[in-house]
Design a protein around this ligand. Sequence first.
Ligand SMILES: *Cc1c(COP(=O)(O)O)cnc(C)c1O
Length: 494
Amino acid sequence: MYFIQTRGNDGKKQLKTTFSEAIKSPIASFGGLYVPEFLPQLDKKFIDESVDLSYKELCLKILDLFELDIDKDIIKQAISLYDNFDDKDNPVPLKKIEDMLFINELYHGPTRAFKDMALQPFGYILSQIAKNEQKTYLILAATSGDTGPATLNSFANKENIKVVCIYPEGGTSDVQKLQMVTQKGDNLKVIGIKGNFDDAQNALKSLLASESFQHELGKKDMNLSAANSVNFGRIIFQIIYHINSYIQLVKNKEIKNGDEIYIAVPSGNFGDALGAYYAKKMGIQIRKILISANSNNVLSELINTGVYDIRDKTLIKTISPAMDILISSNVERVLYDKFGAKRCKELMDDLNKKRYYKLTKDEHTALQKDFRGYFCSDSETKHYISEYSVKNYLMDPHTATCIKAYDDIKCSRRKTVICSTAEWTKFAPAVMNAISCEYNKKFTDIDALENISEIMNANIPSSVINLFKAEIIHKTVIDKKDLQEEIFKFLENY
Ligand SMILES: *Cc1c(COP(=O)(O)O)cnc(C)c1O
């Protein structure tokens, strides 16, 4: 299968490109993204024939349909990384919470957030491509907390790959920070930036745009790539678990093959939600995808009003920081899919220049055919965490935002699958606020973890507990102006 570009072709890039090219350099013409030329179609028979497959077997079967230009053995090895999840035979458990409510727990990987679902296999594939080409790739990542640990874990000690990960010092949870600064691997460099996530992200962006930086990398024979969710190499693995949740419902006789379900997704950069959209387009019977956000509600606003408007918005810090985002990159792939490259480029140009775009009435209707948008304030989110903790289910703050969507549609008598994107252990202080009804008390991560574990009789994975005793390897904290120098120092010493 080939990949095409969301903003059309500028004459400098090939019209169509392979999967491996698209994941090595994920930015297409005019700053657009790569999308598959077509989506394989899954009929009812496919579902029936898949009910007895393991998750890994299902992955192979679906990836086969995409006809990627990657060696089958490499794909098998990549998928086998799901063996390192909590339950090797069931890496993505679908839990029944209520008659009509199921939770797709996507966080049972090494860094306790759903980013592992894609970054584990993706990291292996990219490093194999680099090795076969005998090239070295530098991955630069700015993180607000979950992408960083998952990227570092995936690429640690991988051949032909170096990773520099930038995080806002003081802007992540203790667990997230410890996951980064204690991560072993000679090919990794973790740098704290004085400032917030925007400062870290801007420092990275100006570096990527700098000619002197590119020039220096060239001299070192080093290629740049990216591991954020604009990379289709991540999206492809985020389609499969949505399909799997439908198959599990059929297998457990919760629905009949062909019945419609709702899928609710806590959304930031829209990668997880895009996976659900592609699953729907491939033929999975999803009535609508319910997009949940926090007070940074650009996504729900787009779906509800047809307008993407960030002219007067500034980022609000919430208890669901992975969704604290104003520019949601993967929406572009939906715009392309529905309205074509010319219109997609027009809309994205508007967003860049005017920080605003408006869909026509027909376009807005087309968007609402597949999506509904919701958002939760922090106090609503804490309320939902508390409500479900009483029912004996612990949710992290991102997952909990989906309950509002579920409450809204549950009278439809269709079953709902909520995607749980992180384990509660990653955001323990906010969860502790919620379940103790002490909304404003400040807890440290370790106190909150121990308290919750006791109150709820909940397990804390050893990988999380061990973080507090692990050696701190990465101690660099710098001003953003010193970033380039720090990166070159690392590449020199490697
Ligand atoms: C990354 C992340 C999200 C948002 O996912 P997108 O694919 O960017 O929409 C939601 N919750 C958690 C815990 C995350 O780490």
